[in-house]
Every structure is written in structure tokens, then in C-alpha cells.
Design a protein around this ligand. Structure first.
Ligand code: GLU
Length: 316
């Protein structure tokens, strides 16, 4: 059972609207990620919030029905898939500790002999993708990821933005370095270009806030979708939430836990997925990032919404 306050759909809509109205004048703050050229083209004024509740409502405001590049938020879904395939054997190749370093840091990888700190930094997510590639062609592995997301969001219209994937394939030099490093340590089992091909495409999944909140809802609902049954076990959902809380925001994970108090995962496209156990999944999108690479307005929106709704995993 959850100790979160239950909030009626009408109250929730009013809260989401109030957060949006308070923050709308600040749209455009932060810096849009430009190391992936295609992401630099996004309108920094975009701002949307969606809340999917365990009782089946989806509450939206702003640009919450417009698809954006979910980037690293995809790492939550590939982790759930890979755990389904490999179980706890996955943890032989990836750790479960916060990194305290930036999302694409290579320093720790050298010191720790090619075993990434956690599945939510780039190196760790690349290993998770490598695990999903086992026994498959890249196209099949990507198909499996896409089918999983469509199933979770109950939406067959979700696609990968191939222009974003191409853009990152052409400029992902750091990720190539990370992947080559891990391959040298024996922690990448497929050719670097194949694993990265899948990784770049999974990062280029395009979802709206409404779709993303629905896709994340199983993590708020004991591993189950409200209508389609079990996705992962209750225990596994708890553990994924624990990793999101401790590792979901790179070197700002502690700050996010302090300010928002909910498990969350951010992406450089400006999206964040946050989980209110027993209640709801929240997705926010605002492309301007703070210095840690997390959505500036998105984090603020989650902080305000969690506070106004009385949501926190740290107490009522
Ligand atoms: N595709 C991005 C990268 O690997 C994801 C980073 C992020 O969203 O944090 O650089």
C-alpha cells in the first residue's frame, strides 16, 4: 500500500494547471542540448505536463500531446526489458551506485575496469542495450524495445525519430569512446557500431508527455498496467524506482531527490518521467536544461506539483 495522498482528477487537473500557469512565463529558460545537432532545432518555448493515474485518467496541460525525443528516459524501459531477459545476472555487468559524475563521463569507467556505475549513465545504458542485442539482429532488438513501449503506452503510433538517431550516430563520439572502452574490458559483447546503433535509436524514441506518463505507469502500479496485467513483478518495480531515485539524474540525483522526493529519470531532450508509487506517473517536457543536463523548468514543475499534491516517497 502507498502512503501517498490520493488526489481526485479534478483537483489534480487544477494543480497541474496552476503549476503550468506559474511557470509558463519562464518558458525558454535553460540551454537546449546542442551536442546532438537535431535536438538543437527544438523550440525552447515548448512546455508540457501529463499525469497518468493508476485509476486510468490522463491529465494534461500545455504541449503535453506533442512528441519529443525522450533520450535517456528510454533507459528505464530498456532496463525493465533487460531484467526480464537476464534477471539479476545483469548486475554482473552494471553496478547500482549513483555515479556522482556527468552522464557521459569516461573517468570512472577507467578506474572501475569497464563496469559502469549504474544503468542510467550512458555507459551503463549501453551495456543494457548490449544485453538486449544478445541473440538478435539490431533491427530485432530495436523492434522489441519499440513493441514494449507501444504496449506500455497502449499506443501503436509511437515511432523512433530517425533524423535524431542519424544525427546522434554522426556525432556520438563520446558514446563511441565509452563503448570502445567497455569492449576493451570485455564488457561489451557485440561490435560497437551495432550496440550503439540500437542505443541511438532507442534514445530517439519520440513520445508525448501523455504517452510517456502512460508508459511509466506500471512503475507506479506495483509493476502492473491498470488494464493489461503484469509487466514486471512488484519487487522489480520497487527496485527500478529505487534506481531512478538514486541514479536517475546523473550527478544531480541527490538534488532531485531532495527537491522533488520522487523517483525520476531525465533525458537531454528535456523530458523527465517521475513516479508517485501507488498514485501516478508524471511526464514533463521543457527543452531548456540546467547545468547538469536535466530539464530546468521540468524539474521545477515536478518540485511544485509534488509539493502541492503532497506527494513524496519520504513521508506524507
Ligand atoms: N542519447 C544521449 C546520449 O547518449 C542521451 C543522453 C541523455 O539523455 O542524458 O548522449
Amino acid at each position: 500500500m502507498s502512503n501517498q495522498s490520493a488526489v481526485s482528477p479534478e483537483t489534480l487537473q487544477a494543480l497541474v494547471d496552476s503549476v503550468y500557469a506559474d511557470l509558463a512565463p519562464r518558458r525558454g529558460e535553460g540551454a537546449v542540448a546542442d551536442y546532438i545537432p537535431q535536438l538543437a532545432r527544438i523550440d525552447p518555448q515548448k512546455f508540457g505536463i501529463a499525469v497518468a493515474t493508476v485509476s486510468g485518467e490522463v491529465i494534461v496541460v500545455g504541449d503535453a500531446r506533442e512528441a519529443f525525443s525522450i533520450q535517456s528516459v528510454s533507459k528505464v524501459f530498456t532496463l525493465a526489458l533487460a531484467l526480464g531477459k537476464w534477471g539479476d545476472g545483469l548486475w554482473k555487468r552494471v553496478g547500482r551506485e549513483p555515479s556522482g559524475t556527468s552522464f557521459n563521463s569516461i573517468v570512472q569507467l577507467e578506474q572501475e575496469r569497464g563496469i559502469p556505475r549504474n544503468p542510467f549513465i550512458n555507459a551503463g545504458a549501453i551495456v543494457v542495450t548490449d544485453l538486449l542485442l544478445a541473440g538478435h539482429q539490431p533491427r530485432e532488438a530495436l523492434g522489441e524495445i519499440l513493441r514494449f513501449i507501444r504496449f506500455l503506452a497502449d499506443d501503436e503510433s509511437i515511432v523512433v525519430d530517425s533524423a535524431v538517431a542519424k544525427s546522434e550516430t554522426e556525432t556520438g563520439f563520446r558514446n563511441q569512446a565509452l563503448a570502445n572502452y567497455m569492449r576493451a574490458f570485455g564488457n561489451l559483447h557485440h561490435p560497437v557500431d551495432l550496440t550503439l546503433g540500437v542505443y541511438f535509436h532507442q534514445c530517439a524514441l519520440a513520445l508525448s508527455c501523455a504517452q510517456l506518463a502512460k508508459a511509466g505507469l506500471f512503475l507506479a502500479n506495483g509493476g502492473r498496467l491498470p488494464k493489461d496485467g503484469s509487466v514486471v513483478s512488484r519487487e522489480r518495480a520497487r527496485r527500478i524506482n529505487a534506481l531512478m531515485l538514486t541514479c536517475g539524474h546523473y550527478d544531480a540525483s541527490g538534488d532531485f531527490a531532495y527537491r522533488v522526493g520522487l523517483p525520476g529519470k531525465s533525458g537531454v531532450g528535456g523530458g523527465i518521467l517521475a513516479i508517485v508509487p501507488g498514485q501516478a506517473a508524471i511526464a514533463v517536457w521543457s527543452p531548456g536544461l540546467n547545468k547538469n543536463g536535466n530539464s530546468l523548468l521540468g524539474t521545477l514543475a515536478l518540485e511544485m506539483l509534488a509539493q502541492r499534491a503532497g506527494w513524496s516517497v519520504f513521508g506524507a
